[in-house]
Each structure stands twice: as C-alpha cells, then as structure tokens.
Design a protein around this ligand. Structure first.
Ligand code: ADP
Ligand code: MG
Length: 659
C-alpha cells in the first residue's frame, strides 16, 4: 500500500472494495479528501429517545423500538399493498408504512424482534400514530454499534445500493485512517484571532459530533466545526484572488498622467455636468493610470448612469500621450452605436477611430493591421464595465481580484420609468395609449424573446408581430430588427429609428444592451415571463433616457411560474438596478446569478454564499493582511499556505507563474 495522501483513492480505505468505490464515485467521492468533505445532510439525536407515546404528530421525530409485526396490507382499491411495520417500546406503538418498496428486499431486511431506530414526520391516521417512508436503521447490538447508536448520528445523502450505515462506517474509517495526515494550512495567529477550531478536530466533529448539545448549532449551520471549514473555503478563495491581483499590480507598464487639453475640450462640449459618481470614478481611474502597473478595475453602475462617458474621458489621457485604446463591446449594433458616439465626441478633438468587427470581409479587415495594439509597454490597463450591480460581499468573491468603482447616481432629471405588467386582455388599451404617444412624436421598442432551441418559432412570432403592428399602427412606420439580418440592414434601420423616421421597432433582444435613443419612451416586452430579471432591467434601461415620461409594459401570460411572477413584481416595484440585483440573487441563488465568472473559481463544498457572508468578510480581511506583508507568498513561513492554495485552485488560474 502506498503512503496515504488526501488524494489517495478511497479504495485504499478499510472496507472499501471496487464495488463500494464505484458506488462512492456516483456521489462524486473519489479521494480521501472528497470523503472528508462529504458532509452529513442532517443529524439525529440518538442519545435520549422520546418514548413512542410522546411522539408529537406534525413533527419530525426520532425514536427507538422493536419490530412486533410485518404485514402487507391491501389498499382499498385492491391494486397494490402497503408494507407495514408495527414498532413498539414500553410506552406504546406506532406503524411505519411504505407505499413504494421492493417486497423481497423488505422481507429479507426486517424480521420480528429486531431493534430499530426510525425517524420521520409523525402523523395521525384514525387516531393511530404512523410514519410513512421513515428513515429506518436496524440496530443489532446497542453496545457494539456505538457509531450508529447512543450519540448524535450523522445522516448522509444515500444513493442506490449505498446506505446510511455503510456510508457512516466508511466515513469513520476514512477519519481513522486519514486524519493523521491532514495538515492544517492556516497560520496559528489567524486561528487564534478568529477563534477557529483546528482542522482535524473540525472534520472529526462535523461527522461525529461528540457532544449532545451540539445539535442546535449543527442545525443552524453555526457549529464551530462547520465555521472552520467555511472559513477555509472563503479564505483560500480570497487569498487566491488577492495573490492574482498582486501579481498584476506589480507588473510594470506605461503610466499615464491625467489628460490636460483633450479632456477639458470634451467636457466643454458636453451640454451637461458630470454627476458626482462620475467624477469620483474618474478620479479613481486616473489614480490607477498614474501608476506604472496595469489597472484592473471594475466600473459598476446602473443602466444609464453614464459609464460609457467615464470610459471615454479616461481613455483621453492615454490618447493624449500618443498611445492606443481598444474599446470592446458585446454586440454588433452596439459597436456601431459606440463608434458613432465616439466619433461625435472625438473627431472635433482630432482623434481618429477605427471599427473592427468579427464578420468583416478581408479588405475591410485591413484596418486590423493598423489597429493591432502594440504591446510594447507591458500589459494594458483594463477597465471592465458592468450594469449588473453585484452586492459588495459577492463582488468580493467573483471580482475579488479587481478594484471596484461604483456609480450609484443617475444623471439629474432622469424620471423613473413607469412599469406595468399587462395581460392579454389589456393589449388594445395599450395600443391606444401608444398611438397617443406616437402622435406626440415619441417612439417605442417592442421586444420578443429569442430562445435558442425555438429560434425559428420565435423569429416567426416576431415577424408576425411586426406585420400585425403594421396594421394596428397604419399611420406610423413599424420595422423589424433581428439577429439574422446583415449588419448593413441592421444599421440602416437603427439609423432611421434614431432619426425618428420609425415609430415602432419590433425586435428580438438584439437591442438589449447599451442602445441609447432618448426619444424612445416606450418599451413593450412580449412574453415578459420568459426573460430574466437583469435582462428585463437592461431592456427597461433603453427608455427613460430623455426628459419625457417613459413607460415599460411587460406583457405576461397566466401560465407563468411563481418565480416569473416574482420577477415581474420586482420590476413594477423597483427602479434601481441594485435593488433588482438583490431580488434576482434571492430568486436565483448566487451560483446562477454570478454566472460564468464564478465558474473560473474554486467551488464551495461547505460554504453558502448567502448565509455565510459575515464569515466571508472576515476571511477577506485575514487574506488581505497576509498579502500586504507578503505579496507573492514567497516567504518560507507562508509555504504551507501556498501549497494549500495551489491544491484548492488546481489549474484554474496560473497563480504561481510569477512568484
Ligand atoms: P450607461 O453606459 O451607464 O448605461 P450611458 O453612458 O449610455 O450609460 O449614458 C446614457 C446617456 O446619458 C447618454 O446619452 C449620455 O450621453 C448621457 N449622460 C452621461 N452622463 C451624463 C450626465 N452627467 N448628465 C446627463 N446625461 C449624461
Ligand atoms: Mg452604456
């Protein structure tokens, strides 16, 4: 047998042969470490059983008794039989019932006079206490089976062929054989300061708690053993992100002084004042650019808060010193729009601009040569913008390697967008309302969902809708815009819409991000129940950009799920993207909410991003202290930390390359 490490296959554990090993694999348990982290799904107090007579109907209870009788009882319909066990102790009896079961298995497993521990919800049926489909375990010898009896017992999630007692026994063996090689990577001063348990003790106690009074804290998730494991996960996540950041911020690159002439000419040409939020963000960015290390900053701001302008103004200091700026945008319509915006702002300053698209023809792409950013001065300064505000604690987990600027203000004079969820029966009324607005010179977007699997059907819907609306709004111009059009076609329509020659733009969600046409005051979303919250918020952000009142109408169908209804309600209730993000997070949970960026990070086996946030902040602080003192984790005393970090992050990020 090889000497054990935590990566060793579970097959090397006493009692685990190839069969069991393959069952454990079904639970994603391959190594000893996986087994240590396979935490109980709940616990049962098997020390002081309530007498059966005291079990309370309506509650989940655990008790202990002897099997008195087994029976297959026909249901009244006569088609199938219930399997019943009558279990008794000195105080009384209770019936355990199974509606779905394997008869042969039940007959071989249970015999009269066996002692069993059982738990489940107690019910009353014709004045008699019963439990349906209880968790039940045979106790052969209450003295010998100390693992399963007379203590707080862990209950694991099972899989076909792999049952409680086996899992419990094997986990115990894993602990016995591997705890000795578990190394605690956390420096002692952190453990002391944070009053954290030692790692070995934490593993041991989270599986087999040794004290009866541990139960409440185990159930609430606050048990010190769990806290230690959660802290570890957060700490190594933050340490990795900070280490990554310190590598980047120590890299050498060109520094840039704030722009003098260009910036003031551009500011002078603007018909408005910058918001305080914009000014603050500009200062933070300027400060980064003055350093000879790459900027790595996230600019968060609600839809319409003026992020684009902040980016543009910041770019001027780079341009003024003869360097280049690349501005990357997610959609095609948007790149044309931004190019135009930039052109408007930049040509008067004598700055030239090229546009590079993925679908350009070869000769058009020649500009690519000229645009190729010369990477002579080192890594570029990077500013990432997002209109999906992320609560601060979560931002630390996914964007913990970036500095963050948050713009909370919207430009003055913006009015809230009146938002209403409408039913099909209200459609005609809405058309009347829209007609009135068009007569006042306003414009509208009508958006259709486009879901990949049914792209053709949806496109047909959108096309039909456009035809339908052409008949409804005979006196106005209605046009369709969708992702299958060539960029030339799209641009032509966008341009005419911008000029006000088109009143209704029916489109699939290609208009989602960034489009900025202040005269458009109505956003009508078809099948709003199919859109996610941040998408709806983005769409709504397309209106309310001018001085006129704006409206967002969400057409919803009665079949919509309760989640969809929560989303729509949130849209009616809240305007702020930060508030919307909070609701979104609550509905979807952090995993989905954070999306792709999270997938590049180590996952959590114990921590819960929602409920454990206070611990995240503490872990972040401790990680910061370490990185401040030792930015590359290069001192010998931090070697164990570095090793632990490597194994947590695996190859997800090449953290160590520079250190
Ligand atoms: P974001 O990118 O944050 O969604 P934009 O940069 O598209 O927002 O800005 C929306 C609109 O507001 C643009 O027309 C922009 O010119 C304008 N704008 C930007 N800053 C201000 C400001 N301080 N005051 C008034 N309007 C502004
Ligand atoms: Mg924008």
């Amino acid at each position: 047998m090889p000497s054990l490490s935590l990566d060793t296959s579970i097959q090397y554990i006493k009692g685990v042969g190839p069969n069991l090993a393959s069952l454990f694999r079904k639970k994603d348990i391959y190594s000893l470490e996986d087994a240590l982290y396979f935490l109980p799904r709940t616990y049962e107090d098997r020390q002081n059983f309530k007498p059966i007579k005291d079990l309370t109907p309506g509650q989940r209870e655990t008790s202990f008794g002897v099997i008195k009788r087994l029976a297959f009882v026909p249901l009244r319909s006569g088609r199938s039989k219930i399997f019943e066990l009558v279990i008794a102790d000195k105080s009384g009896w209770i019936v355990a019932k199974w509606f779905h079961y394997n008869a042969k298995y039940m007959m071989t497993k249970f015999k009269p006079d066996m002692s069993v521990v059982f738990s489940g919800e107690v019910k009353l049926f014709k004045y008699q206490k019963e439990m349906t489909h209880p968790d039940i375990e045979i106790i052969e010898d209450t003295q010998k089976e100390s693992l399963h009896f007379g203590r707080i017992v862990p209950v694991y999630s099972e899989t076909e062929g792999l049952f409680q007692k086996t899992i419990r026994r094997i986990v115990k063996n894993v602990l016995d054989q591997s705890l000795a090689i578990v190394q605690d990577p956390l420096p002692e001063d952190i453990r002391k300061r944070q009053t954290l348990w030692d790692l070995k003790k934490s593993f041991s106690e989270i599986h087999f708690p040794s004290h009866a009074d541990a139960l409440p804290s185990l159930f609430s998730g606050q048990h010190p053993a769990r806290r230690r494991l959660v802290f570890d996960e957060f700490f190594f996540l933050e340490l990795g992100l900070l280490l990554k950041r310190s590598h980047v911020t120590k890299e050498k690159t060109q520094s840039f002084l704030p722009s003098q002439t260009l910036k003031s000419s551009l500011l002078a040409s603007l018909p408005f004042e910058l918001t305080q939020s914009q000014k603050t963000a500009l200062l933070e960015i300027a400060h980064d650019l003055e350093k000879p290390h790459p900027m790595n900053r996230l600019l968060q701001g609600d839809v319409g808060s003026g992020k684009t302008l902040v980016a543009l103004l910041s770019a001027l200091s780079v341009i003024e010193q003869g360097h280049q700026v690349a501005f990357m945008v997610p959609t095609e319509i948007l790149d044309e729009q931004h190019a135009k915006t930039f052109q408007t702002h930049l040509s008067p300053l004598g700055i030239s601009l090229g546009l590079l698209k993925s679908d350009m023809k070869k000769n058009e792409k020649e500009i690519e040569q000229r645009l190729l950013l010369k990477k002579k001065g080192g890594s570029p300064h990077m500013l990432v913008m997002t209109a999906t505000p992320i609560p601060r604690t979560l931002a630390l987990t996914v964007y913990g390697d970036l500095d963050v600027s948050v713009m909370t203000e919207l430009p003055a004079g913006r009015k809230p967008v009146k938002t209403k969820v409408l039913r099909e029966s209200q459609r005609l009324k809405l058309y009347e309302f829209m007609t009135k607005e068009f007569l006042k010179g306003r414009q509208a977007y009508v958006v259709y969902p486009l879901i990949e699997e049914s792209e053709k059907v949806d496109l047909k819907d959108a096309t039909q809708m456009a035809e339908h609306l052409k008949k409804i709004f005979k006196d106005f111009r209605v046009e369709l815009l969708h992702g299958r059009m060539t960029s030339e076609e799209k641009n032509k329509i966008m341009l005419e819409f911008k000029k006000g020659h088109i009143q209704v733009l029916v489109s699939t969600t290609v208009i989602e991000v960034g489009i900025d046409i202040p005269n458009s005051t109505i956003m009508m979303v078809e099948h709003a129940e199919r859109f996610g919250l941040s998408q709806l918020h983005q769409l709504r952000g397309r209106v309310g950009r001018g001085s006129e009142n704006s409206f967002c109408f969400l057409m919803a169908h009665y079949t919509s799920s309760s989640e969809a209804q929560e989303r729509l309600k949130a849209m009616e209730e809240f305007q702020s993207g930060f508030k919307i993000a909070e609701v979104d997070l609550k509905i979807r949970g952090p995993g989905e909410f954070l999306g792709t960026r999270q997938s590049g990070l180590p996952g959590f086996r114990v921590a819960n991003l929602m409920t454990d946030q206070p611990w995240l902040m503490q872990a972040r602080k401790e990680a910061e202290l370490i990185i401040e003192r030792d930015p590359y984790l290069s001192s010998p005393e931090n070697l164990p930390l570095k090793e632990a970090l490597k194994s947590r992050w695996q190859n997800k990020i090449n953290l160590m390359s520079a250190g």
